[in-house]
Design a protein around this ligand. Structure first.
Ligand code: DAH
Length: 341
C-alpha cells in the first residue's frame, strides 16, 4: 500500500519537473541516501521474515522503476535542453562579414616602407632594437659619457638610473656592431623613439630610420652618394642635396643634410623659409671611439651613419602641417592616404 503511494507520489512530482537540475532533485528525493525509498528499508526490521522477503522484492521493484524512469527522463530533458541551446546559439553562416573601413597604410608606414625598399635595393638589411633601452647603448657606446653636455639636447624619459625610452634609433648601431663581431655592416633600423617634446612639429613619440655602413674604404663621398640616391628616390630626380657642418658625438665629421626645396624648386617659399633648402637628416662618419668601443679595428674599418626623422619626411612629402595628425587616429585624415591598399 505504502509502496503504491510512493509510486503515485513519484509520478505526480515528475510531472512538474522541467529541467535537468530538477531531475537531479527528484532523484535525490526518492533514491538518495536519506531518500523516500531508502527510508522504506528501515521498515524491514519490524516485519516477519516472510513479510521481509515480499517487502524487499517490492521495494526493489519500485527502486528499479524509479531509477530507470529517472534515467529516461534525464536523457529526454538533456536532449531537449541541447536542442534549445543549439537553436538559441545558432550561427547564421549567410551573414556577410564586417567591412573594415580603413584599408590604407599609415603615412608613417608608407614612408618607412618606401625608404626600406630603396635601401634594400642597395643591399641594406633591416634591423630592429628595443624601445626600452639601456643608457649604455643609447648614450655611452655612442660616445656620450655620463656628464656629456650633448645628453641635455635629448629630453629623456628615464625609467630608472640605467634604463630609458630610447631617444633615437642610434643605439641599434651599437647593438648591431657588437653582434657583428668586427665584420662589415650595412643596415637600416626603423623604429619609434621618445623625447619630452610637444609642439606642432615635435611629438613625445616619433619615428626615425637609422642607417649604418661599416667596411673597408668607406668615405664621406659614399655617404653623400647614398643620401643623394635616397633623397632623389623620395623627393624626385631633380633634387640636389647639400651638406652643412654639424656636431653629433657619435660621428666625426658630422653633417646636417638639406634637400633643395621641392615646393618652389628652390626659388624661395614658406616651406623652405625663403632659403631654397629644407633640412632632412643628420649624418656623418662613425666616430673612431664608437668603432673602438664596439670592437672594430679603426685601422682597417671606417663607417658612415645617418638618422632621419620619418615624421618630418612624411610631413614634407604629404604636406602635413601638424605632427599631431599622425598620432590622433582620425579617419578623415588617414583615409587620404590611398597608397598600398
Ligand atoms: N641620432 C641623431 C638624433 O636623433 C640623428 C643622427 C645624426 C643619427 C647623425 C646618425 C648620425 O646616425 O650619423 O638626433
Amino acid at each position: 500500500m505504502e509502496i503504491k503511494a510512493i509510486k503515485e507520489n513519484y509520478l505526480k512530482q515528475k510531472e512538474s519537473v522541467i529541467n535537468s537540475k530538477e531531475v537531479n532533485e527528484l532523484r535525490i528525493n526518492f533514491l538518495g541516501k536519506k531518500g523516500i525509498v531508502n527510508e522504506l528499508m528501515s521498515k524491514l526490521k519490524t516485519l516477519s521474515s516472510e513479510e521481509k522477503i515480499e517487502f524487499a522484492k517490492e521495494v526493489n521493484l519500485i527502486k528499479q522503476f524509479i531509477s530507470e524512469d529517472i534515467e529516461q527522463l534525464m536523457s529526454d530533458i538533456k536532449k531537449r535542453e541541447l536542442n534549445e541551446r543549439l537553436a538559441k546559439e545558432a550561427i547564421d553562416l549567410t551573414l556577410p562579414g564586417r567591412d573594415y573601413k580603413s584599408k590604407n597604410k599609415h603615412p608613417l608606414n608608407l614612408v618607412i616602407d618606401e625608404i626600406s625598399e630603396i635601401c634594400i635595393g642597395m643591399g641594406y638589411k633591416v634591423e630592429e632594437g628595443p624601445e626600452v633601452e639601456l643608457d649604455q647603448f643609447n648614450f655611452e657606446m655612442l660616445n656620450l659619457p655620463k656628464d656629456h653636455p650633448a645628453r641635455d639636447m635629448q629630453d629623456t624619459f628615464y625609467i630608472d638610473g640605467r634604463t630609458l625610452l630610447r631617444t633615437h634609433t642610434s643605439p641599434v648601431q651599437a647593438r648591431v656592431m657588437l653582434k657583428s663581431e668586427g665584420k662589415p655592416i650595412k643596415i637600416i633600423c626603423p623604429g619609434k623613439v621618445y623625447r619630452r617634446d610637444d609642439d606642432p612639429t615635435h611629438s613625445h613619440q616619433f619615428m626615425q630610420i637609422e642607417g649604418l655602413v661599416i667596411d673597408e674604404n668607406v668615405t664621406l663621398a659614399d655617404l653623400k652618394g647614398t643620401l643623394a640616391y635616397i633623397i632623389r628616390s623620395l623627393f624626385g630626380e631633380k633634387r640636389e642635396i647639400r651638406f652643412r657642418n654639424s656636431y653629433f658625438p657619435f660621428t666625426e665629421p658630422s653633417v646636417e643634410v638639406d634637400v633643395s626645396c621641392f615646393n618652389c624648386d628652390s626659388k624661395g617659399c614658406s616651406l623652405c623659409k625663403q632659403t631654397g633648402w629644407i633640412e632632412v637628416l643628420g649624418a656623418g662618419m662613425v666616430h673612431p671611439n664608437v668603432l673602438t668601443m664596439a670592437g672594430y679595428d679603426t685601422n682597417k674599418y671606417q663607417g658612415f651613419a645617418f638618422g632621419m626623422g620619418v615624421d618630418r619626411i612624411a610631413m614634407l612629402k604629404y604636406g602635413i602641417d601638424d605632427i599631431r595628425h599622425l598620432y590622433s587616429n582620425d579617419l578623415r585624415f588617414l583615409n587620404q592616404f590611398g597608397g598600398n591598399k
